[in-house]
Design a protein around this ligand. Sequence first.
Ligand code: NAD
Length: 497
Amino acid sequence: MYDVTHWIAGRPEEGTGATQPILDPATGDQVGTLHLGDAATVDRAVEIGRAAQRDWAQVSLSKRTQILYRMRQLMLENVEEIARAITREHGKTIGDAKGEIARGLETLEFATSITQDLKGGFSENVSTGVDAHTMRQPLGVVAGITPFNFPAMVPFWMHPVAIATGNAFILKPSERDPSASNIVARLYQEAGLPDGVFQVVHGGKETVDALCEHPGISAVSFVGSTPIAQHVHRVASAAGKRVQALGGANNHAVVMPDANIEFAAGQIASGAFGSAGERCMAVPVAVTVGDAHEPFLAAIRAEAEKIVVGPGEDPSTDMPPVITKDARDRVIRMTDEAEQAGGTIVVDGRGLVVEGHENGNFVGPTVITDLDRGHSTYTDEVFGPLLVVMHVNNFDEALELVNSSPFGNGTAIFTASGHYARRYQEEVQVGMIGINVPIPTPVGYYSFGGWKDSLFGEHHAHGPEAVSFYTRQKAITTRWPHQDEHLESSMSFPTHD
Ligand code: NAD
């Protein structure tokens, strides 16, 4: 049993809030205790952050970059400790935890080139003897509020760029798997980041609302479910902050009749059941077109049936438990409801028991077809290892089905046809698209974001859009007349002669 406290001013702090247990999803046992924040904890972190940020913004770009390089090295040296903490609290396999750390580090690597990304523009003689230039400055103290499913990667989408651009960052990670964030805080300190530039305040709604309303915070980055994304976007925007709020998803993968069906089924199985379907870029819906349907069902059944379900720390495990008992019960209830509505259960994950882990949150891979397009098991975000296979007659019907979803995070098309692939990328109303790639999560030097109910705000996460999100531009126009020069003033607007 261990305690997870806040990390404020470079030290662990218990704060004055309540506590709640941290549970191991593979056993159901309590493994630790989390100290929850409140308005007073947020106040203190903001005050410390403001003082730290004033000095940090004056630190040279070269010094900032050196700290980020050291941080990258420390992350690599401590990957085992962080991955084990993620597996203990989230449940995912060690390999998957290391994968998310590697994907998070892409953004840190991107941030080490901040010397390039903060370059402004300069134009000489925009008018005779007049020059113009631009520069980008940090916002101040900014906050990140993150979900349980990527306790390392999603915060890393935010803090390396926020810090590199001269801001102080307050992270409010998910209360379900909080430990990774405290390890990251400790490593930033070891890397030489001044105390107060990166802080962690834990908690739930009370802490989130305090961050969204606090006048000392200039911007909020949120990643989580759509209803909370809408709440954060509304409350933080009303408080005058810049907000990016990434929400939920219901990603569709279209399988065309000309696709390599075995390949598509393998890729879609990994998208649907990897990390027990708890990825915002998971593939909970396959759309089979025409003759693809029957061979795809046979191939996906074979893929699902060979998946080994077990605890994340067991090297033979393919698919781990889901995060909570409620999450497991939701998958079982959605399967029951689909069956009652006439759906065919192709692979049934209900009733799975993992020997020695009878109290763990396990549910097996599930595949359902023959569902009506209005049924909630198809339309709602399941966030578990449940794949719905919808069948349509042709490409246009597939496109119409995908575009009818209120979500627009990710999507994929499996095809051998460049014509249909090109039409798909052009006409689909989704932010991130894979062509024969099931989980098209952009690399760290591009930006990540969905459309429609999957993102509220103007900016996508990480990459170049993050530089723009965490900075404000100034445009400066300069004239240096000689002291003897006589300049005529005019009441007319200048014509730039
Ligand atoms: P969640 O919305 O329940 O929680 C996200 C954050 O909001 C957490 O830090 C949590 O403490 C806080 N929170 C929860 N309830 C709150 C409330 N009532 N008021 C204020 N704050 C609250 O999401 P989750 O269950 O942790 O994560 C899963 C969800 O996140 C899924 O919907 C998934 O699609 C989404 N997600 C989206 C992306 C993306 O990039 N679009 C990435 C990862 C996860």
